[in-house]
Write a protein that binds this ligand. Sequence first.
Ligand code: ADP
Ligand code: MG
Length: 284
Amino acid sequence: MMEITQRGSHGDVLTLKDVHVQFHNRLVLQHIEFAIQPGEFVGLIGPNGAGKTTLLKVILGLLTPNRGSVTVDGLPVKHGNPLVGYVPQKIHLEPDTPLRARDLVALGLDGHRWGIPLPSRSRREKVDEVLRAVDALDFADAPVGRLSGGEQQRLLIAQALLTQPKLLLLDEPLSNLDIRSAHEVVRLVSSIAQNQGIAVLLVAHDMNPLLGVMDKIVYLAAGNAAIGTVDEVVQNEVLSRLYGYDVEVIRVRGRILVVGGNNEVSTDLLQPTQHLDSMGGATD
Ligand SMILES: Nc1ncnc2c1ncn2[C@@H]1O[C@H](COP(=O)(O)OP(=O)(O)O)[C@@H](O)[C@H]1O
Ligand SMILES: [Mg+2]
């Protein structure tokens, strides 16, 4: 684990110390150590299989690490903590799903964490409030299956905001979105982080849509992580140490590519046969 940005632990929303996760005999995450402060937008970046979802599960309290500690707002993680909002990888909604946008969001109110059901008026107010936060009031009564991928993603973010979390975890919210929708979602999440002071940890295998909005990057590869600013972390030496072999960072037209020894790109969105020019947005 390379800690490039040193920060104090006071006021951290999320702190991971020396986290190790092992599946059977395989070490999937080792010595993961970083902290996130209120309002920070952090990208959790790494190739397929790097352990990004596993790390989110640890933070959600769904998976107990074999070693190390994780705290949210200074307390050990527990599953169902309302301080943690979670947007899972995109759910597939059939076009004829008989749910309105606001009903999908309201499903988040019926989780066990709320205990007794809320009266219908305050339910509606809470749902309207989060719909407004993701700029979705215009399509609040539309059938969810008819909405675009970006609009559906915004609804899932709204749902995650219902408990007024201090930390928002998003697992690959940009995969399956076209470049424009991806940028819209990134802008939205970034403004939520800034305006509401919510710390964001957003998982992506392609860092490019997040350049310019990330305060920090946590780069995961081969079970190791480096944290810092993009300029600090996305360097040949730093990433080569993580991967355990020589990789090269190439900047082309404002985009960043990480290329391995055999000209393989570390992010899984590219086939080796693709030409650089054809690099569009992240598709899964
Ligand atoms: N429950 C599990 N049991 C065994 N291996 C797992 C389990 N969950 C994930 N893995 C393995 O751990 C590695 C990291 O997986 P994952 O966290 O899903 O990666 P990412 O989200 O970065 O693509 C993968 O090799 C995956 O196969
Ligand atoms: Mg994953």
